[in-house]
Design a protein around this ligand. Structure first.
Ligand code: ZN
Ligand code: ZN
Length: 211
């Protein structure tokens, strides 16, 4: 893998460390952290700070027994603790979401495929498979979109994203990601609201494909 250059922004890392990220984003964050030493170190620092703050806060207000129980809980593996292993293309947290099986791809046309891992009113998370040179239709975002590259790379209006890189797109960004030449680009993408497609055809297909 080439060096990771796009990381989890500080505000998302704080929310993740506190367990406050919606599940779809938390999966993308966990998958990035499982691939990225820099963000793993940052997460550990945030978790340590959280523990210290609690340690000094609980000292004045609660009994010693409750305090040690609370701190013991903090030392136990967190529910969203990433699994630091990688089986081929899919990092541990993605393998867990796939329940160990291969992705069940559904065609979106033009060789683009998706596999929805989870979907709820709070957001959805999916794998996307984009053949080299193929574009994901030009779109804007109603909410926040996190995209983690698991294989290959893509480029859009903001730059190039290689394997392990995380792109954070919000309402301000309209972009047309295009898979670079080479291996097909496989991404893990989480959104909290439907994407806004700018051309009519994808907009018509949107309900069908649940993008
Ligand atoms: Zn990182
Ligand atoms: Zn997007």
């Amino acid at each position: 893998m080439t060096a990771i250059t796009h990381h989890i922004p500080e505000n998302l890392m704080i929310a993740y460390a506190a367990g406050n990220l919606p599940q779809a984003y938390a999966l993308v964050a966990a998958a990035h952290i499982s691939l990225c030493l820099e963000c793993r170190t940052a997460l550990e620092a945030h978790q340590a700070v959280g523990g210290v703050v609690l340690e000094s806060a609980v000292a004045c207000h609660v009994s010693a027994g409750l305090k040690s129980e609370t701190l013991a809980l903090l030392d136990a593996p967190a529910r969203n603790e990433p699994v630091f292993r990688r089986a081929g293309v899919y990092p541990g947290p993605v393998m867990q979401a796939l329940k160990g099986g291969p992705p069940r791809w559904k065609s979106l046309g033009l060789g683009v495929r998706q596999c929805i891992l989870s979907e709820s009113a709070q957001g959805s998370v999916r794998l996307l498979y984009i053949p080299p040179g193929q574009a994901v239709p030009d779109h804007g975002h109603n909410g926040l979109e996190l995209t983690l590259v698991l294989q290959g790379s893509f480029s859009d209006d903001t730059g190039r994203f290689g394997t392990g890189d995380l792109e954070v797109a919000d309402q301000m960004l309209e972009h047309t990601p295009v898979a670079d030449p080479g291996a097909p680009c496989i991404c893990l993408a989480a959104t909290d609201a439907p994407l806004r497609f700018n051309s009519l055809v994808p907009r018509l297909l949107q309900p069908l494909f649940r993008i």
